[in-house]
Every structure is written in C-alpha cells, then in structure tokens.
Design a protein around this ligand. Structure first.
Ligand code: PLP
Length: 449
C-alpha cells in the first residue's frame, strides 16, 4: 500500500511487480457480467476496457477474475490521490456515519463552508472570492455560464475547437466534437460561438488563435454581447493540448477589454494533475471563474464553481442549485484530498520521468508525432506518417489493446481519437511507474511494424 504523504519525496525504487494476470481479459466472471450488461444496460454505455472491477487501491485495479492492472485511466482523472486513499475513505466514512444529505440551502452544514474556505485559500484569486458546489463537471460549467450571464446581462458564450465541457445541453454545445457527443442530439443551445484553440503541432499558434478570436467579434458576435469565454488551460478530451502562455495572457486581455467573464475549466487539469494545484497557476493570470470536479473528492461526485465574489453574487437566491449539490460525504472526502501532501511535487516528478521515456520512444517510433502536456498530464499523439501528420486512431487503439493484454489500462484522447493520455493516480510509486512504462513500451513494439 502506498503512502502518498511520503511519495512526494524519496520514493524508494524497489523492484516490484504489481501487474498479475491470472486469466485472459476479461476472464470468465468478467465475461459473464459483461454479457448480463448487454441485456440490461443502454448500448450508449459501451465499455472502453473490459475489466470488471472488484477492488482498487492506489494505482491498481483488481478485476473480478483476480487480475491486477496498473491504472493509467484513474477513473478519467478523478483519482489523483489514488484509489481507496485511506485518509479520504476515513473522512468519508466519518461523515457517512453522521448524515448523508439535508440539502445545504434547506438545512446547512459546516463541511460545505469549510471546504469553500479551504479551496478559496488555495485558488488563484487576488481579491474576495466565493464558491458554490455541484455534483458533476458539466453542472459546474453550466452554472459558471449562469453566473457570467447574470453578472454581465449578456447572452453569448465563446468556446474553442477541441474543447470538452460536458454532456448536458449547454455544456454539450460548448463541447467541440460532434461525434460522439452532439450529432443527432440537437437542437443545441443558442448563442455559443467557437474559435480555434492554439495547437502548435497542427500549425495553429497562439497569435493566430487570438487573431481569429478577435475576428469573431467582427464576423459573428459583437463583443458586448459575450458573457463568457470558457477555456481549458490544457485541453483534456481534446488531446492534452496545453494553452501557450501568450494565449492565456491574450484571453485575459481580451476579456478585460470587453468586460467578458473568463471561465477557466479546470475539471480535468485541477488537483495537481499538471504539477500545480490549479493549472491556471502556471500562467500567472487571474481567472474570473474556475470550474472544478473530477479529482476534487477522490472519486466521489462533487464539483465546484469558484469565482470573484461580485460575479458569484450576481446570481439571485435560487438561481443555481439542485437537490444533491454539495453532498457532505463528498465534501468531507474533498477536505481529505486537500490535506494530501506531496501531490504537486509528485506530479512534477512523474511528468519528468514519463516525458523522458516518451521522448525516447519518439526517437524509435516515428509514428509518435507529438509528446506533450503539463506535469503528469501527458499524452502521445499517433500519426500514420510524421510528414503528413495524418491521425492514426487505429494505432492508438492497437497500443491500448496490447497494453491491456499486458496489464496496463490506458485511455485515448484527441478529436481524432489518436492520442493516448496518462491520468494515473499521482500516488503511483516509482517502481510501479517504471513497470507501467515498460509495459507501454512493449505495447508500442507489439503494435508498430
Ligand atoms: N470539463 C472538462 C475539462 C472535462 O474534462 C470534463 C469531463 O471530462 C467535463 C467538463 C465534464 O465533467 P463531467 O463528466 O463530470 O460532467
């Protein structure tokens, strides 16, 4: 069992072998459950990795057939503090034994207020800031737009190509990729406009992206009609594309010039994933609103909007809410997440170790077109040919399958589905990390000519 409090520092490099495969994957028990699933679960809930979880600890998942995998998916970035983090579990159990729900706006509770205080102490706001809690990332995004619209009294919202902000009506509209997220599900929400995101590997630099954004005010929507610009500091589902400094500084300037609310969506980048608690800290800019979810509560559903007090207070009583929003068990877990020591340092160390290995792979395999990210939020972009940069989603799929067969769980990303991203728990030990990267390397060797 890992002790994440110590891992930030001198994690001993022991030769361990964590992965243990006892059956084919899925094994007989897993297969039986997946067959039952086919009959009763909507087809839209297709399975990415046929590993039916029985238990998970730290950076590992053991399936119902007794196979143990190293998990680089981390519940899609929700488990920076690791599966079953003992301190998070203890805090959640303690709250569970006291009460599970009242609805904070009907009968309030202290943990809601304490968590707001603790998050705001750490958040990159220079003046008075406030918080509101929800359940999922999509709710945080939808509510951030409500706050921005009520504050500015304007309707329009700008999002970027490659963006992912969720799957409810407005956040789905803000999300860029039509398949599988939007096609057939219209009409979409009105007053959403889209500008290019800087993607240097694919020829879009920060200056071009900023120019196109400003052109939007001439060709599509008047700047004085825009309530918010919503941006991921590192695009997550879009393929782990970090925003250049110049772009974030430019967005801040444009928002200031036109009275637009800058919403930084840190749902995937938050809680040390990028080597800072909030990815925004890399850029030295002050956002107006921040959305948080995923790793905020160590795997329990919780999300938040943090923001400048005058914007948050522009929403009238009852304007934002929901029966379950700000669940006290998830909030108690979130306090324990904030108590974890060494996560930021660990993210930096994991990022450096992985980046070095990935650059080594890139030298061997020209199909690895790009290695990019921030901190431990790293991805490979796979292409058929480094000259044409034609995306190769099939290769990404083969590498993921070859890794699965060898006991490593990996996840795709990217608008073309040709990136493989790392969202491993940050409590992963050095030996486990090394083992996982060794498996990934074998998976590349097995999948590439
Ligand atoms: N925003 C970003 C940047 C995300 O990565 C995601 C989910 O992947 C969301 C919003 C939506 O979060 P949720 O799936 O919790 O609704």
């Amino acid at each position: 069992m890992h002790d994440s409090r110590k891992l930030g520092y001198a994690a001993p490099v022991a030769v361990t072998k964590t992965i243990e495969l006892r059956t084919e994957v899925p094994g007989p028990r897993g297969r039986a459950i997946l067959e039952r699933k086919e009959r009763v679960i909507a087809n839209a809930k297709a399975i990415t990795l046929p590993v039916v979880a029985a238990e998970a600890r730290g950076a590992t998942i053991t399936d119902v057939d007794g196979n143990t995998f190293i998990d680089f998916t981390g519940g899609v970035g929700c488990l920076n503090v690791g599966h079953a983090n003992p301190r998070v579990l203890e805090a959640a159990h303690e709250q569970l034994d006291r009460f599970t729900h009242t609805d904070f706006t009907v009968v309030p509770y202290e943990v809601y207020v304490t968590l707001a205080e603790r998050l705001l102490e750490r958040a990159p706001f220079r003046g008075h800031a406030k918080a509101a809690f929800f359940n999922a990332g999509t709710e945080a995004v939808e509510n951030a737009v409500k706050f921005a619209r009520l504050f500015t009294r304007r309707p329009a919202v700008i999002a970027f190509e490659g963006a992912f902000h969720g799957r409810t009506l407005l956040s789905m509209t803000l999300t860029s990729r039509p398949h599988p997220y939007k096609a057939g599900m219209g009409p979409l929400a009105p007053e959403v406009y889209r500008a290019p995101f800087p993607y240097e590997y694919r020829g879009i630099d920060a200056a071009t992206a900023l120019r196109e954004l400003e052109a939007l005010f001439v060709t599509q929507v008047a700047a004085e009609q825009v309530a918010a610009i919503v941006v991921e500091p590192v695009q997550g589902e879009g393929g782990f594309v970090p925003a250049p400094q110049e772009f974030m500084t430019g967005l801040r300037r444009i928002c200031d010039e036109h009275g637009i609310v800058l919403v930084v969506d840190e749902v995937q980048t938050g809680f040390a994933r990028t080597g800072k608690l909030f990815a925004t800290e890399h850029y030295g800019i002050e956002p107006d609103l921040i959305t948080l979810a995923k790793s905020i509560a160590g795997g329990l559903p919780l999300s938040a909007v943090l923001g400048k007090a005058e914007i948050m207070d522009a929403a009238h009583d009852g304007a934002v809410g929901g029966t379950y929003v700000g669940n006290p068990v998830a909030q108690a877990a979130a306090l324990a997440v904030l108590d974890e020591e060494g996560l930021v340092e660990r993210s930096q160390a994991i990022g450096e170790a992985m980046r070095a290995r990935m650059h080594g792979w890139q030298e061997r395999f020209p199909q690895i077109g790009d290695v990019r990210g921030l901190g431990a939020m790293l991805a490979l972009e796979l292409v058929r040919d480094p000259a044409t940069k034609e995306p190769d989603p099939e290769l990404a799929g083969s590498v993921i399958e070859a890794a699965l067969e060898r006991g490593l769980l990996l996840l795709k990303a990217g608008v073309h589905g040709n990136c493989i991203r790392v969202l491993c728990p940050l409590v992963i030990g050095d030996a486990e990390l090394d083992e996982a990267l060794g498996v990934w390397e074998h998976a590349l060797e097995a999948s590439l000519p």
